[in-house]
Design a protein around this ligand. Structure first.
Ligand code: FAD
Length: 406
């Protein structure tokens, strides 16, 4: 009798076992993970917590700055995820308790989980003296899209012809390595057409950057009078700002500008730091197979916040990592061994009229480490034809529509 009860009882217990996933952050990484978990196993209860009712993509936000597109085209809602049965909660997570398997919010809600996925993106370091909350409005970073993008666009529109736009580019590692340089090209396109006596000066914290040769070629070819790039070694590293006078300081050297776009050094989103998911680097170390944190079991970290190098901190990488973590979480919650991941990234930059470039790569796991698959990717050749460059613009727009949909 006893044996029969336990034999019957065991599957009942398995069937009733909770499979709850809580996702912190509904950006690219978090939203992708939520959708793909539900698609793979609809018996898993997925709650996604995100403060904003709409998400503005950073990708293509540089085209908002040039006036080539409007904010509405980079705006995404959460109805699609609700359609997949994701429980979307608009609130801010204040605590991830890995020992108690519990997430708490600013609004006073608590969510128990079996596995948690943390995808809060980035926060800013205070490497630039004087760049406080007020300075952030006066000298927008526009490195999180939305209100910041709108402020910077309005400043560009209000600027007089003959004005100087100063971009303070951040040190490595940071979100979207080609981003500041694509931005310079986009702003320069706007200036060339509408305020031709103006220029962009990039004050850089680095001596080299992503797609370096291709960008140098674009600056010289498209914008010889409209873009000036100053390497760190030549006095480019901004250390202090004065928002009242729109001045960027490199040590004691003052650069007074008309519009300042200050992009500070970066680290994982604040909640990842608070939850003890970061190491000394300020980013979250993970197991490359599952994206499970090496600091706290049961918590996975994806997107910009994670240390996924050699993958860059890009939206496409965050999308790929979201799918990888989703597959791993589904396997683990079903008592299976997670498989070997394969990830992909392409970053397009639109660098001039009918001119775009890209860098692409496939990644896999070698001896437990994320690695580039030799020969899988590549960079736009410097001498590629105008037809090819124009085609890359279309590829970029097509990529954008696809990832936004996903
Ligand atoms: P995010 O997309 O930033 O999402 C994080 C989310 O978490 C946010 O919605 C935030 O509100 C939420 N959150 C934060 N804290 C909490 C909390 N405590 N509780 C609840 N929610 C929280 N990538 C490309 O692949 N291609 C490009 O062409 C490209 N262009 C770019 C251009 C620019 C100008 C910039 C700045 C970036 C660009 N990127 C591009 C990079 C891309 O935007 C990021 O890599 C991507 O957004 C990372 O996704 P994520 O999910 O890690 O973070």
């Amino acid at each position: 009798g006893i044996a029969a009860v336990s034999a019957l009882g065991f599957p009942a217990i398995v069937g009733a076992a909770s499979k709850k996933v809580v996702i912190v952050g509904g950006g690219v990484g978090g939203a992708t993970a939520a959708k793909y978990i539900r698609m793979a196993d609809s018996s898993i209860d997925v709650t996604l917590i995100e403060p904003n009712e709409h998400y503005y993509t950073c990708f293509m936000s540089n085209e908002v700055l040039s006036g080539h597109r409007q904010m509405d085209s980079i705006k995404v809602g959460y109805e699609g995820l609700k359609g997949h049965g994701v429980n979307v909660v608009h609130d801010t997570v204040t605590d991830v308790d890995a020992a108690g398997k519990m997430v708490k919010t600013d609004g006073g809600q608590s969510f128990a989980y079996d596995r948690c996925i943390v995808a809060p993106g980035i926060s800013f370091k205070d490497n630039i003296e004087g760049y406080d909350a007020a300075a952030m409005t006066a000298m927008p970073h526009a490195w999180k899209a939305g209100e910041q993008t709108v402020i910077l666009r309005k400043q560009l529109e209000a600027m007089k012809d003959g004005g100087v736009v100063g971009i303070a580019a951040p040190p490595n590692p940071f979100r979207c390595p080609p981003g500041p340089y694509e931005r310079a090209c986009q702003i320069a396109m706007y200036l060339q057409e509408h305020k031709p006596k103006s220029k962009v000066v990039i004050l850089d914290s680095k001596d080299k950057f992503s797609k370096f040769g291709l960008f140098q070629q674009a600056f010289a070819k498209h914008f010889p009078n409209h873009i000036e790039w100053v390497a760190a070694k030549d006095g480019g590293k901004v250390t202090r700002v004065d928002a009242a006078s729109n001045t960027l300081y490199v040590g004691d050297t003052a650069h007074k500008v008309d519009v300042a776009n200050v992009i500070p050094a970066q680290q994982a989103g604040a909640i990842a730091i608070k939850a003890g998911l970061t190491n000394d680097s300020g980013w979250c170390p993970i197991d490359g197979r599952t994206f499970e944190s090496t600091m706290h079991k049961g918590v996975h970290v994806i997107g910009d916040a994670s240390v996924a190098s050699p993958l860059p901190k890009s939206g496409y990488a965050a999308n790929s990592e979201g799918k990888t973590a989703a597959a791993a979480v589904v396997a683990l919650l079903n008592g299976k061994e997670p498989g070997d991941p394969s990830l992909v990234n392409t970053c397009y930059s639109i660098i001039g009229p009918n001119d775009a470039i890209s860098v692409a790569m496939v990644y896999d796991l070698v001896d437990g480490k994320l690695s580039k698959v030799k020969g899988s990717g590549g960079l736009t050749p410097k001498d590629s034809s105008p037809e090819m460059r124009a085609r890359e613009v279309n590829y970029a727009y097509s990529w954008f529509e696809n990832i936004k949909h996903d």
